[in-house]
Write a protein that binds this ligand. Sequence first.
Ligand code: E4P
Length: 215
Amino acid sequence: MKIFLDTANVDQIREINDWGILQGVTTNPSLVSKEGRCMRDCLEEIATILRGPISAEAMSMDTEGMVREARELAGIAENINVKIPMTAQGLAAVSRLSKEGIKTNVTLVFSTNQALLAAAAGATFVSPFVGRLDDIGNSGMAVVEETVDVFDTYSIKTQVIAASLRHPMHVTEAARAGAHIATIPYDVIVKMIRHPLTDLGIQRFLEDYEKIKDL
Ligand code: E4P
């Protein structure tokens, strides 16, 4: 499972990229607005940091507008793919963009049927939102698992991004469900490193080394 970072914060992207584990970034309008920057500036800077896929969201609600915006966004850097919302207009846009070779990430997916339609339209990625489904008492991970299973059955090439992940267990569960990618918030990825026994182990090794280092 590939590790993407779900953020528009360039410091966070630089830091995690330095770990050598980062394979992509997803942004959305809420994440960019937290940075108080314009979308284009933000994307241009992210593209200087990372070679892997970067998702940028089209904001039009009509097909023509989505296609126009997608061409502009994809023109910023060759690794930018365009997030298109899961609507009828969005499907039509994805279908047109896939014929032009523009990569898409169908976003706000909450069911396997929506994922199937996105794949049929030619989406490069689909993003089931796990945490938002959990929030309303449904199992978000069940959608990831079922979608991966159905895509495998029909050898569908569209990649499943487990999105809206809220804690480290979500990441483990996404991997067990066979998600191709997990897009993970910064605070969650930082938590994934930590284990109290690792900290304790380091402390003990350092203390014991102090006793022998001058021998
Ligand atoms: C994914 O592409 C979205 O940007 C993100 O995962 C949404 O997460 P949220 O439900 O925590 O806002």
